[in-house]
Design a protein around this ligand. Sequence first.
Ligand SMILES: [Zn+2]
Ligand SMILES: [Zn+2]
Length: 279
Amino acid sequence: MLHVSWVYEPYIRLGVFGSVFLAMAIWELAGPRRRQTFGRHIRWPSNLGIVALDALLVRLVFPTTAVGLALVADARGWGLFHLIALSTWIAVIASVVLLDLAIYLQHVLFHAVPVLWRLHRMHHADLAFDVTTGLRFHPIEILLSMLLKLSVVVALGTPAVAVLIFEVLLNATSMFNHGNVRIADKLDLILRWVVVTPDMHRVHHSIQSTETNSNFGFNLPWWDRLFGTYRPQPSAGQEAMTIGIEQFRDPRELRLDRMLVQPFLGSVGNYLGRRTGGA
Ligand SMILES: [Zn+2]
Ligand SMILES: [Zn+2]
């Protein structure tokens, strides 16, 4: 079996998070894709505040981490992968891919079910799009997402190392694909075959509902092409497109306290699963 010394786990997570965050923050300053209407000083304290809140809440609510549960499942022989004889590497790759598919399907569901959209629309209510947008999720969405991940881990019996790879990868790619960074068009088109790029995911943050309901992938780009939810570019163009949703456009809505109550405010809006027709 693949051996990982779990003592290093928090350092691996924090190290990758810190370095990718820093690299993206510098890249955004050096080569921005769009001129931001709402700058860092307004949005970053709230977006980073909610990351800290989310991390704390997950620790308090769940008795185990996904990696911890995978270790228990492994020891007790739970899950599909323990029933079929797979080599460790095949099991690791299959787990990462299937966990990513589960997150894609969850994202589609969060756009289709009214109560879930209320939670998820806070991610879309950011009025600009940068590395911190990729970390900005409502705490209840984070808890539900964790529940789904734990279920997949137990059902599949995913190797613990696969869960760690997946979580670290998703965290890094989410910061990358929300980056306000310029990548040459040709390179972007090549990258899109292996990872969701910022230009690809930015379409998902368009104010137009047909565009909001496309490009659901966070990490692997294949699901959108496979399930017909892929949209190459926003109709208004990457630089002129409007970021956000129709609700919550007052800059005061960028405050942490407002972000937390947004699921409970106003109507559900006009975004539910609309992929055809007008905006
Ligand atoms: Zn979304
Ligand atoms: Zn996003």
